[in-house]
Design a protein around this ligand. Structure first.
Ligand code: 3PG
Length: 205
């Protein structure tokens, strides 16, 4: 597990796996394209099985489980083999549950008070979500001086075209996004396209 979740790569692909069979080839394509840190979201019935399959067959990946909204989901993700956790927001109970797993995690934040709550828990790396809708680069840039200890992975509405603006900010370590895994590419099993998109994104920094 890398010491920082934000530093190894400029982009963390945010993945929704609808078909269990897609999980392993999709993970391999992202790793081959140079993006070995991946967030697989708990948004489909096969998500936890997809985590198990990838953890077993793609050991070179750093696999995060995202859309963790409850303490039970944090525990289930850890049991399935998650390497780290990501939540869209932060409540005191969710924060405690994620700390309790012993895994690294990126708690979701969108307000100054949420960032302060996360910093109080000793966590300095966090997700900023939904990034574009919450104020984008202008908002994050305003946090850099007063909340200098916080480092962000902004996610939500970011594209290959806007990612460089985020990556230029001093308090952004990487960005997250789903543009690397287009729904039609997954449906067609076009892993070559996923790998190409990953390679372009890996070159953004
Ligand atoms: C997330 O969970 O971080 C977002 O759904 C990803 O956002 P995007 O689809 O706008 O990239």
């Amino acid at each position: 597990m890398p010491e920082s979740l934000l530093d190894p790569v400029p982009v963390v692909p945010v993945v929704v796996v609808e078909e269990l069979d897609h999980a392993v080839p999709l993970a391999r394509a992202l790793v081959a394209g140079g993006l070995p840190v991946v967030e697989l979201t708990l948004r489909t019935p096969v998500a936890l099985d997809a985590v198990r399959a990838i953890a077993a067959e793609v050991p070179e990946i750093t696999l995060g489980v995202g859309t963790v909204c409850t303490p039970a989901q944090a525990e289930a993700a850890a049991e399935a083999g998650a390497g780290f956790l990501v939540s869209p927001g932060t409540t005191p109970t969710l924060l405690e549950a994620m700390l309790g797993t012993g895994l690294p995690f990126l708690p979701g934040t969108a307000t100054v008070s949420e960032v302060l709550r996360v910093l109080e828990a000793g966590v300095t790396e966090m997700k900023f979500f939904p990034a574009e809708a919450s104020g984008g680069t202008a908002y994050l840039s305003s946090l850099a001086s007063p909340l200098a200890a916080a480092r962000f992975c902004p996610t939500g509405g970011i594209t290959a075209a806007t990612a460089p603006d985020y990556l230029a900010l001093p308090n952004v370590g990487c960005v997250g996004g789903s543009w690397l895994t287009p729904r039609d590419a997954l449906a067609a099993g076009d892993w070559g396209r996923v790998e190409r998109l990953a390679r372009e994104a890996a070159a953004l920094r």
